[in-house]
Write a protein that binds this ligand. Structure first.
Ligand SMILES: Nc1nc2c(ncn2[C@@H]2O[C@H](COP(=O)(O)OP(=O)(O)OP(=O)(O)O)[C@@H](O)[C@H]2O)c(=O)[nH]1
Ligand SMILES: [Mg+2]
Length: 321
């Protein structure tokens, strides 16, 4: 199919065209670049919401409920569930980890799970590109669900407008979560499974940590107690997500954040390309020789870096695809 005709189908929100677009992204198909280019002008209006937290915290269950609230408002929803620990999913519509199958027949809901393939930086790029496809398709709200609170999640969270961090009570010391670096990224704290003991304790811990670290910030992240089991709190979660979006738009913070994200996105691409070229340009034997020099303390890492940079600069670029 012609790229332009295909892009048009995506823009009309046709599910099969969208799914195929995301498959191209996952497979790193060379044609994806032309597709993304024709879609890009039509993006920028979707609300991008990251939902992160430890495995089993209830992220998918919460998103499943939020979909109800959003659909009641007549808006469309996309979900990209990213799991860095699982192998490439091959475009499987839903893994076991995505508890949203009941929405599968709704034309206003598009759900996709993405596993890792290659390195994690690539996964963040692929997630971003999948969001571009959904955004161009006119989807109003796009959730990016990521498992865990490691570096790969932090990378992925730099792609979204709003970050909701889901914590179940009794998940250990909340302070540890904050130390993991996701604290600065969280715009909303969701204490899920709030029907369980330990909820008030966790809320209090989060409040105290917010008092310590964030009192000067213009947006104080709200703490929302939810229980998917007892059908409690998810409407409030959606209300707070909308409140944060309004804050982003009215304060100018949204624009600032988007620019920072775009810059990071471009920089990540440049870094990846440089690494690829470097690998293409340096012989394995040359790398071995340089590493020997370092280990023998004959050269410094700076000297080697300068040599490698000189190799890059000497090339015309793109010589090894
Ligand atoms: N008791 C209780 N269980 C819940 C609640 N929310 C979700 N669960 C259960 O917790 C388990 C994990 O829920 P998921 O929604 O799959 O959690 P997740 O964070 O998406 O999990 P991963 O994607 O595997 O990281 C499921 O068995 C849910 O039924 C809740 O509010 N209370
Ligand atoms: Mg999940």
């Amino acid at each position: 199919m012609e790229i332009s005709a295909w892009a048009e189908r995506i823009r009309q929100g046709q599910k099969r065209a969208i799914a195929r677009g995301i498959s191209f992204i996952e497979n790193r198909d060379p044609r994806r670049e032309a597709l993304l280019q024709s879609l890009y002008p039509y993006t920028g209006s979707a609300a991008l919401i990251g939902v992160t937290g430890a495995p089993g915290a209830g992220k998918s269950s919460l998103v499943d409920r939020l979909i109800d609230a959003i659909r009641r408002e007549g808006k469309t929803v996309g979900v990209v569930a990213v799991d860095p620990s699982s192998p490439f999913t091959g475009g499987a519509l839903l893994g076991d980890r995505v508890r949203m199958t009941r929405h599968a027949l709704d034309d206003g809901v598009f759900i996709r799970s993405m596993g890792s393939r290659g390195h994690l930086g690539g996964l963040a790029v692929a997630t971003r590109e999948a969001a571009v496809v959904l955004d161009a398709a006119g989807i109003d709200v796009i959730f990016v669900e990521t498992v865990g609170v490691g570096q790969s999640e932090i990378d992925i969270m730099h792609l979204v407008d709003t970050v909701a961090l889901v914590l179940p009570p009794g998940s250990g010391d909340a302070v540890q979560v904050f130390k993991a670096g996701i604290m600065e990224a969280a715009d909303l704290f969701i204490v899920n499974k709030a029907e369980q003991p330990g909820t008030e304790r966790l809320v209090k811990d989060i409040e105290e940590l917010l008092d310590l670290s964030g009192s000067h910030r213009p947006w104080r992240p709200p703490i929302v107690k939810t229980s998917v089991k007892d059908e409690m709190g998810t409407d409030e979660m959606w209300r707070q997500l909308k409140r944060h979006r309004r804050y982003l738009m009215e304060s100018g913070e949204g624009e600032r954040r988007q620019r920072a994200h775009l810059r990071r996105e471009v920089e990540a691409m440049v870094e990846e390309e440089l690494r690829r070229r470097l690998q293409g340009r340096l012989e394995d034997s040359a790398i071995k020789t340089d590493l020997d020099r370092l280990q023998q303390r004959e050269w410094t890492p700076q000297q080697v870096a300068r040599k490698w940079m000189a190799h890059l600069a000497a090339g015309k670029g793109g010589d090894r695809e």
